[in-house]
Design a protein around this ligand. Structure first.
Ligand code: BG6
Ligand code: MG
Length: 218
């Protein structure tokens, strides 16, 4: 096993819990379209692009839209989502994420963001974490969505680290698959049942000891 030098973080569900804001904004839009959309349905949108999210909601309601309406609804949803994002602050960083970032930073490792979100930079600024990242790869930089490994491979390339020397923190199944395909070490953040394909799974960062990280790195 290669010594680990690059640590790639997904954003939504790993660093901050933005799924609740995505849900509120999608729920309003679904209501407008007369589509029933539940929190359980929202699980299917995790890790998935904005466009694909709307496609899934339309599938749930058995509805179709013209290209123009589809694009307008995407804008409308994002505007509402951003109203929530713009009220975020450091208190919304998930437990022990900052501690982990500081631990890795102090040791001089590369810290990378690998997210499907086109709002990633705005969110990182909002919660005051943007300076921790040596490279940011987000929904604006990729042509293929997770489970395609593109987002993580670009991230590793940006900091000049081989895939095998990278560790990925992810809360979505698609993200774990992307990490595995890239040959990176995958760490699932969430449920062991859902993220069984990951190399390791933790409920959250509070469960991940410095000892574990030290062992993982070597
Ligand atoms: C992912 C989220 O990180 O980003 C998805 O898990 C979301 O739920 C996707 O759809 C795209 O986000 P945005 O901010 O570009 O609409
Ligand atoms: Mg996520």
């Amino acid at each position: 096993m290669k010594e680990k030098k690059g640590f790639i973080f997904d954003l939504d569900g790993v660093i901050v819990d933005t799924a609740k804001y995505h849900f509120l904004a999608w729920k309003n839009l679904a209501e407008e379209l007369d589509i029933n959309f539940t929190e359980k349905d929202n699980e299917r949108l995790k890790g998935v692009s904005r466009v694909r999210s709307l496609e899934i909601i339309l599938e749930l309601g058995n509805k179709t839209l013209s290209k123009e309406d589809f694009d307008n609804y995407l804008v409308q949803k994002n505007e509402e989502y951003l109203d929530y994002i713009d009220k975020m602050d450091e208190n919304e960083i998930l437990p022990d994420v900052l501690k982990t970032l500081k631990f890795l930073k102090e040791k001089g490792y590369h810290i990378v963001l690998g997210s499907a979100s086109k709002n990633a930079r705005r969110i990182l600024k909002q919660v005051n974490l943007i300076d921790y990242f040596d490279a940011i790869v987000d929904g604006n930089d990729v042509s293929k969505a997770k489970p395609d490994p593109e987002v993580f491979v670009i991230g590793a390339t940006k900091v000049g680290v081989e895939n095998e020397a990278c560790v990925v923190f992810e809360d979505s199944v698609a993200g774990i698959q992307a990490s595995n395909t890239a040959g990176m070490t995958s760490i699932g953040i969430g449920s062991k049942t859902v993220l069984g394909e990951a190399d390791y799974v933790f409920a959250d960062f509070t469960e991940m000891s410095d000892e574990f990280l030290n062992k993982l790195i070597k």
